[in-house]
Design a protein around this ligand. Sequence first.
Ligand SMILES: *Cc1c(COP(=O)(O)O)cnc(C)c1O
Length: 380
Amino acid sequence: MRVPLLDLGGQLKPIREDIRRAIDEVVDSTRYVMGPRVEEFERAIAEYCGVAHAVGVSSGTDALLAALMALDIGAGDIVITTPYSFFASTGVIARLGATPAFVDIDADTYNMSPAALGSWFETHRDDIPRVKAILPIHLYGQCADMDAITAIAREHDKYVVEDAAQAIGATYPSAAGVRRAGSMGTLGCFSFFPSKNLGAIGDGGMVVTSDERLAEKLRRLRNHGMHPKYHHDMIGGNFSLDALQAAVLSVKLPHLESWHAGRRENATFYDAHLKCAGVTTPAIAYERENHIYNQYIISIADGRDDLREALTAAEIGHDVYYPVALHEQPCFQYLGYSRGDFPNSEYAADHTLALPIYAELSEAMLGHVCATIASALNAV
Ligand SMILES: *Cc1c(COP(=O)(O)O)cnc(C)c1O
């Protein structure tokens, strides 16, 4: 039985006509970049996330880039983040000429360790004035421990930029009440890359904030910093969101909660059926309801390569997110880190594996994945 890592066909089927109609409307409107479709989608996302403002941009990467630009981050500044993430979260810091400083992840949740963040501030006293922001990633669909992280940021008067690319709709049980991913920092960044829980039919992204001044600055930055027309007080980029993507995403948004629920059900199945020696199922940091399972990640104590071969032979899609921690990437060697600096990130890079988790998986498919893993691990 073939089980792809991700198959968007099942999600598309029941909404295909609605999507075709939305596409036709955009085509006929002749408004293809920004415009009313984008504004409507921005309002819907702001409401969904519980923030005052949402600014549509061209991708999740550009959301992060524009967010850091809005905070005037550049040469001489430090941004603290984790080395176990998709490349973009650190890439944008370096692209702006700022210096990424890494702190390790929590071994169980893969998110920024507040203890490691706290000890960075203890051990880098001289660098603290150069730190502009802390950039936690809500990895795999589960929020980082934001009360602890924002408390440290407040103590040192630093911004917090949330990389919520994998976590739209994930919730966090803050002491101040339940909050959505992206709404707890100074700025929150989303991606609508097709493989995210809310995926476009191309690239798209969003920055959310409740700071009116920053929202206005972001609206200018996404259009070369222009305001008024052909006048530029600042240098921005072309980060605008296509009307086509906004229209498709507006059709999809009302279904998002049920897709999250389907992923949670599949995760519940895996958690119950992958209880074999040598496999660690993903840790639930809060409650399962808080998690949106953009990825379902297991950790294999020994023999990940053998298991991957068995999965391939059984036609089961799988992947490693991410096989090389960012401090070990060739392009970041100039930062001066080395093997052993972030043991939890390195362990995760060496031992984890992503399994299919999309909502439309059948119980037979889930059973096939679990049976294949059980027999592969018993055989070694
Ligand atoms: C997908 C992703 C991004 C980048 O989003 P794009 O839309 O692909 O540019 C950034 N950070 C994380 C953690 C991601 O998963």
